[in-house]
Design a binder for this molecule. Structure first.
Ligand code: ADP
Ligand code: MG
Length: 410
């Protein structure tokens, strides 16, 4: 049934493979009466996003870490040379059970039941650019976590597998969160750079007064992925909690500059990255380029690479882009697990200072930064349920708007 008001659970598990985020979101179609409550979504036209405003309210958010064994199995599954087909098939079902459990626990915790679930799934492989395969040019993406299981356990329909429809329309299948970024954060006075720092770091740039098709979005490079890999390898820790290790080290500037000279950073957007670009192999060669430096210096340098590559992308591809945009002022709104790394946030603020971009978090604007991506998949599911497109073609490179995802019924 199509309803104007719905509680939707968004479920996200990102490339860090750290765990599952669930956001319970109340979404209301606009009417003059409720247009003033919650977060208003006044929408500019264009780009397939033309429609009446909604209101959006976060009921609650919860985070569930993957048990160590499951995280190890997921990371192994992402390793194309070693993954076994039987294990991939089993992991799909196991993750479906875990996602369903996460939704049910979150519903009990906030005493609200979802009427619809939007589940991103765990990306095992993403290749946004077409490459030759058996004589055909193919782009592909693969998110796992069986939606039929989630639908069966929760008793409500589940939208999953959001990315392929955008790719079938000629897009890279990513990023998809710009849809929510635009709805929540576009502003008349100031340009906004909505920066997520997960395993990979990605930004959505929304010029002041923009229509949806002015939105520019792309991956800026590593987020926490390289820091995490090196923290594991050098300190036996899954990540650098609070950025404490990085704070006790010195940045090796020449290593940062050498890493930045890689093609990925100078390539023009739209562009996407994943473990294929910044996974184990990248971390190993980064470690080698640090020579015999202290372990703390290596972590500080990896942290600086994330901060400097973000500021560099902002300068190259946001501020110096497009008509007259040089004169607009910009601010950055950060979300994702990286906001909890104080050293990374300090380095990012320092890297942005010379280009006059102040830094805030999505928490400052009322949306907990670790809930944002999960909330985005609730909103995308709501759009799909109402048979409306929700890719942002200017962000993914798609030739047309596309209705995203597949629906599993309980
Ligand atoms: N307290 C913390 N201190 C430092 N880093 C943290 C902290 N909490 C989370 N992180 C970082 O955030 C990452 C997870 O961020 P998340 O936004 O969930 O990424 P993804 O979307 O890739 O799963 C962790 O792998 C870790 O690097
Ligand atoms: Mg995560």
């Amino acid at each position: 049934m199509k309803k104007a008001e719905m509680v939707v659970a968004g479920v996200m598990s990102g490339t860090s493979a750290d765990g599952i985020n669930v956001a319970l979101v109340m979404i209301r179609a606009a009417s003059p009466k409720n247009a003033r409550s919650g977060y208003p979504f006044p929408l500019a036209g264009g780009g397939g996003l033309e429609r009446p405003p909604h209101t959006f309210e976060l009921i609650g958010h919860a985070e569930y870490s993957y048990p160590a064994k499951i995280r190890a199995a997921i990371l192994a599954a992402m390793n194309a040379d070693r993954a076994r087909v039987a294990d991939l098939a089993r992991l799909n079902v196991l993750l479906g059970e875990l996602y369903a459990g996460a939704v049910l626990t979150t519903q009990r915790r906030f005493r609200r039941n979802a009427e619809l679930v939007g589940c991103h799934g765990q990306t095992l492989y993403h290749q946004g650019e077409p490459q030759y395969f058996l004589g055909h040019r193919i782009a592909t993406t693969w998110q796992t976590g069986e939606a039929a299981i989630i639908a069966a356990r929760t008793g409500v329909p589940v939208v999953s597998d959001f990315r392929p429809a955008d790719m079938a329309a000629g897009g890279k299948g990513a990023p998809l969160v710009p849809f929510l970024d635009f709805l929540l954060f576009h502003d008349k006075q100031v340009g906004r750079i909505v920066q997520n720092i997960g395993g990979i770091a990605n930004l959505t740039a929304i010029p002041a007064c923009a229509a949806a098709d002015d939105v520019n979005a792309f991956d800026t490079g590593p987020g926490n992925m390289v820091i995490d890999a090196l923290a594991e390898q050098l300190f036996g820790k899954p990540f650098d909690r609070g950025g404490k290790i990085a704070a006790s080290g010195n940045v090796l500037e020449s290593v940062v500059q050498r890493a930045l000279s890689q093609n990925f950073f100078s390539a023009k957007p739209p562009k996407t990255a994943g473990r294929e670009e910044f996974g184990r192999e990248f971390a190993s060669s980064f470690l080698r380029s640090c020579g015999r430096s202290r372990k703390e210096d290596v972590i500080a340098t990896a942290t600086a690479l994330t901060a400097v590559s973000i500021a560099d992308a902002v300068q190259r591809f946001v501020i110096h882009r497009g008509r007259g945009s040089r004169r607009t002022s910009w601010e950055m709104i950060v979300s994702g697990g990286g906001t909890r790394n104080a050293t990374l946030m300090r380095m990012l603020a320092e890297a942005l200072a010379p280009i006059n971009v102040p830094l805030g978090t999505s928490d400052d604007l009322g949306l907990p930064s670790e809930a944002k991506e999960a909330a985005a998949f609730a909103v995308l599911a709501y759009e799909t349920w109402h048979r409306r497109p929700s890719n942002v073609p200017s962000a993914t490179g798609a030739k047309r708007p596309a209705i995203l995802g597949k629906i599993s019924y309980p």
